[in-house]
Design a protein around this ligand. Structure first.
Ligand SMILES: [Cu+2]
Length: 150
């Protein structure tokens, strides 16, 4: 593990707020999950979810399913404006599998409770090789847009 302590002093208030959300991060073996969130859905029993899976290791893996006690979750790819359900998605070696608005996303259906801003939905990510990772996905406002890049 590398530590970056000196850079912390220059973080802005907004960035500190973001860092406070680190409980949405989780890791298993080499894989780690960051930036997980669910925009508060407009529909009562259906929602989309986004997160990033990082793989610092030298062997690739695959996300094979996502499960939750709160409902059914499928993985969707968006190609040319149309979305398509997929059964697995690659997590490249030294790379990331990114779920974001307008691209890959998780689709929550048959939710037992409508996700409300401020709440969390717990999901379990299952991989071809790595151990499962449990992620508490925070529910954000319907118009929430994550900060990206530097
Ligand atoms: Cu979809």
């Amino acid at each position: 593990m590398k530590r970056t302590s000196t850079g912390l002093a220059v973080l802005t208030g907004a960035a500190l707020l973001l860092a406070g959300c680190s409980d949405s991060g989780a890791s298993s073996g080499g894989l780690s999950v960051s930036g997980a969130y669910i925009p508060q859905p407009v529909s009562a029993d259906m929602a989309a979810g986004y997160l990033t899976i990082s793989n610092p290791g030298s062997s690739k893996d695959e996300l094979t399913s996502v499960t939750s006690d709160d409902g059914e979750i499928t993985m969707h790819e968006t190609t040319g404006g149309a979305m398509e359900q997929v059964s697995r998605l690659p997590v490249p070696a030294h790379g990331q599998l990114v779920f974001k608005s307008g691209a890959n996303h998780l689709m929550f259906e048959k939710l037992k409770q409508t996700p409300k801003q401020g709440g969390t939905v717990t999901v379990e990510l299952h991989f071809a090789k790595s151990d499962p990772v449990v992620v508490k996905m925070p529910v954000k406002s319907a118009t929430y847009v994550p900060m990206t890049g530097h």
